[in-house]
Design a protein around this ligand. Structure first.
Ligand code: ADP
Ligand code: RBF
Ligand code: MG
Length: 170
């Protein structure tokens, strides 16, 4: 996929509230403005990469892009599970992410919520391992994460020059 690594950011909005309640895996949802900006060659499915909330630390993440076939959503969504335990929700804050690799397509899992949870936990383990590769570790330190989220002066870093998208979520 030539669009990876793909950098983007936007405000964390409310979804259906299902991630935490039904799956035990909270996902920070992006608004349509971010979803609609995805390059055409970023297919739906599960990705891994790095994420930071506001000006906070950079953590590993897994992201789901698509229609959540298990729940038969009609709108395409982009949801990030940050691999870190936060003390509080962060609705309304700016989430910055870089997607660095693809894991798998979304599946429906025959209505078994346990199967979906197991799949997501496997994704998390795969993301944790893959992100230890030197080529991925270096992106954690990318200027993208240290530039002020809403700043218009956030210039693309060399690593990001082909695929950076800056969105301030407004
Ligand atoms: P929603 O449907 O509104 O997205 P979720 O149940 O998926 O609800 O919960 C997502 C919210 O949980 C995020 O918007 C964020 O405020 C909070 N949250 C807490 N910890 C995390 C985490 N590790 N990763 C993603 N979101 C988290
Ligand atoms: N939803 C699906 O319907 N099928 C999937 O295969 C699927 N995989 C996911 C993998 C990860 C790593 C994450 C974070 C979410 C995934 N989801 C999938 C989305 C899940 O259904 C969604 O986060 C919840 O419905 C809460 O919005
Ligand atoms: Mg969510």
């Amino acid at each position: 996929m030539k669009s990876l690594p793909y950098f983007c950011r936007g405000e964390v909005i409310r979804g259906f509230g299902r991630g935490s309640k039904e799956l035990g895996i909270p996902t920070a949802n992006f608004p349509d403005s971010v979803v609609d900006n995805l390059p055409a060659d970023i297919s739906t499915g599960i990705y891994y990469g790095w994420a930071c909330v506001g000006n906070g630390d950079v953590y590993k993440m897994v992201m789901s892009i698509g229609w959540n076939p298990y729940y038969k959503n009609t709108k395409k969504s982009m949801e990030t599970h940050v691999i870190h335990t936060f003390k509080e929700d962060f609705y309304g804050e700016i989430l910055s992410v870089v997607m660095v690799g693809y894991i798998r397509p979304e599946r429906s899992y025959d209505s078994l919520v346990e199967a979906l949870i197991t799949a997501i936990n496997n994704d998390i383990e795969e993301a944790k391992a893959k992100l230890e590769l030197p080529e991925h570790l270096k992106l954690r330190k990318d200027n993208f994460f240290t530039s002020a989220p809403s700043s218009s002066s956030a210039a693309p870093s060399p690593a990001a020059s082909t695929s950076q998208t800056i969105m301030n979520g407004h």
